[in-house]
Design a protein around this ligand. Structure first.
Ligand SMILES: [Mn+2]
Length: 256
């Protein structure tokens, strides 16, 4: 099989429905979807904590589903610790009955592989059902390639080599190094971070606003996979403006 040259936008930790500033989280997600179009991306990955908690209203779910339809390209979601795929998961609530065909939710709690044949792309992830030290986000990740691009998604805490504390949902350097993936899309940390190991490219995207470090824009990871390029995997950060109600409502300057 000939792999296609593709571009993926990776984000995480959008925390829709948070109590602190729900409007900002929604505007940030809309800016990410705008970025998917502006960057001509082939797919969007959201690596966990898409939603802040399981008590969020149907309005938030309906907003999200509308935005995913607006994305048009395939969107793959991996549940994280704020939006667990457990017996009470929000991903089985009725608004998802109306989800568009381009929205894919990884719900396999022992690992699941999705195929997007037109992109020559497989995506593997393990949906989190409990945020504990025994939940291993990378347990069961493929160790062999099948000719397609393989992108892994994982939501958890990267253990630096000198990290001695036991954390929930740990991701160890040796697990990344052993993975047969072209890119690992990580979530759980609010900030952008390169945690690549032994030639396996692995990044946290950070949350859209957290990675941008600004209230007026968002940042996402742009992952270019090119079968003939000198570097098969290239990762960069793209910044997009966030539509701000405050900015829109500012009065014109007196001398305008
Ligand atoms: Mn998290």
């Amino acid at each position: 099989m000939t792999r296609r040259k593709i571009r993926i936008v990776h984000t995480s930790d959008t925390h829709l429905g948070d109590d602190w500033d729900p409007a900002a989280a929604q505007k940030a997600l809309s800016a990410v979807v705008g970025g998917v179009h502006a960057l001509n991306a082939d797919a969007l990955l959201i690596a966990g904590d898409v939603f802040d908690n399981a008590r969020i209203s149907d309005d938030v779910l309906n907003f999200f589903i509308g935005e995913m339809a607006r994305a048009v390209v395939p969107v793959v979601i991996l549940p994280g610790n704020h939006d667990l795929y457990d017996s009470a998961t929000l991903y089985r609530r009725s608004p998802f009955d109306a989800a568009p065909a381009n929205l894919h939710i990884i719900n396999g709690t022992h690992g699941q592989r999705l195929s997007l044949p037109h992109l020559t792309l497989d995506i593997w992830g393990r949906a989190m059902d409990s945020h504990t030290p025994s939940f291993r986000p990378l347990a069961g990740i493929p160790t062999e390639r099948n000719g397609r691009w393989l992108v892994a998604m994982a939501h958890g805490h990267f253990h630096f080599p000198d990290d001695t504390e036991e954390r929930s949902s740990p991701i160890h350097p040796y697990e990344i190094a052993a993975a047969a993936c072209d890119y690992m899309a990580l979530g759980h940390w609010e900030r952008f971070e390169d945690v690549s190991q032994d030639g396996v490219t692995a990044y946290y995207s950070g949350s859209p606003m957290g990675a941008a470090g600004s209230r007026n824009e968002v940042a996402v990871n742009v992952v270019d996979l090119d079968p003939v390029g000198e570097t098969r995997v290239n990762v960069s950060q793209a910044h997009m403006p966030m539509q701000s109600d405050t900015a829109r409502s500012l009065p014109l300057a007196a001398d305008d």
